[in-house]
Design a protein around this ligand. Structure first.
Ligand SMILES: [Fe+2]
Ligand SMILES: [Fe+2]
Length: 308
């Protein structure tokens, strides 16, 4: 695996634009999916990045406006994987911006992807979110299986190596069509995560659905950053359908990989049981994050604020 260069940011601000539910005492829209607004500050320079866009452009725009987030100033968009609940707002977002935007992700983003049970449902990037349609609206795709660093201090993991023996890959019964036209299980190889290196704090790991397994992802985050310590994990852990045994193994492994972790925020597709276990096992670090929540990471730690 290629080693990415790793810069720093002085401060990372995360604003949750889309999550399954809104934060307490907010009047934002909950919406199945995930979208995180990242502001990466280095000195007086701010890079604005959207990590996933959620499923609905209208919800994204309304929540962003209510939160004072200037979506049209985004410098780059990262898509964690193909699933509609993370990507389907992209066409509408690009249309509203009317300018070119770099979009990072894995080269397999545009393959077919669907579930067959309880009935067929398309999870893929298709229709107005097909590649030609998005490119016509301004998307400039930067797709890579290797780790990349779009801005100093922001790394993308690239394709995640599967090194644990208890994290089944995918974690959802998705299928794709292979080169022979056969319907085969889709192992969600396109699952990539973002890693922000905060000066004096460590790594803040942001996962979309976590299909590659949150432990595999955490190991990959350390690897692409040259072994730096993980200070925070935020995003989807995809443990919704996982066994209680895997929940326990996950907690144990995270303790070993990230012993100094000060924030762990399981969201979106983590599931109530796994989230409850994480809350119990990491009582100091556990944070509940929903649409409207903000967390800032600096050398002095993490501070959570909630939009009133
Ligand atoms: Fe998801
Ligand atoms: Fe997903």
């Amino acid at each position: 695996m290629e080693q990415a260069r790793t810069g720093f940011v002085d401060r990372l601000q995360v604003v949750v634009l889309i999550e399954n539910s809104p934060a307490y005492d907010t009047y934002l829209e909950g919406c199945f999916g995930l979208s995180l607004w990242l502001e990466l500050w280095t000195g007086a320079t701010c890079r604005r990045v959207l990590f996933d866009v959620g499923p609905r452009a209208d919800t994204l725009a309304r929540n962003a406006e209510a939160l004072g987030v200037p979506l049209n100033r985004v410098d780059a968009i990262v898509l964690s994987h193909c699933h509609f609940d993370h990507t389907a707002a992209l066409a509408g977002l690009l249309k509203s911006m009317g300018r070119p935007v770099p979009v990072y992700g894995h080269p397999d983003l545009f393959r077919s992807n669907f579930v067959l049970s309880p009935e067929f449902m398309d999870y893929a990037m298709a229709g107005e979110n097909s590649r030609p349609s998005l490119e016509a609206k301004g998307a400039r795709f930067m797709l890579s299986t290797s780790p990349v660093e779009p801005f100093p201090g922001l790394m993308l993991t690239g394709e995640v190596e599967h090194t644990t023996d208890f994290e089944e890959q995918g974690g959802v019964s998705c299928f794709t069509i292979d080169g022979n036209g056969a319907t085969v299980p889709d192992r969600l190889q396109d699952d990539v995560s973002a890693v922000v290196n905060v000066r004096g704090l460590g790594l803040v790991l942001l996962s979309g659905c976590g299909h590659a397994g949150i432990v595999n992802i955490a190991k990959q985050a350390r690897k692409v950053s040259g072994g730096r310590d993980i200070a925070a994990i935020v995003g989807g852990f995809h443990l919704l359908q996982a066994s209680a045994g895997r929940h326990e193994q996950t907690v144990r492994a995270l303790r070993g990989i990230a012993p100094g972790m000060s924030v762990i925020a399981p969201m979106h597709c983590t599931g109530l049981q796994a989230s409850a276990l994480i809350a119990r096992e990491f009582p100091e670090a556990f944070r509940e994050l929903h649409a409207g929540d903000r967390v800032a990471f600096t050398a002095s730690g993490a501070a959570k604020g909630v939009q009133g």
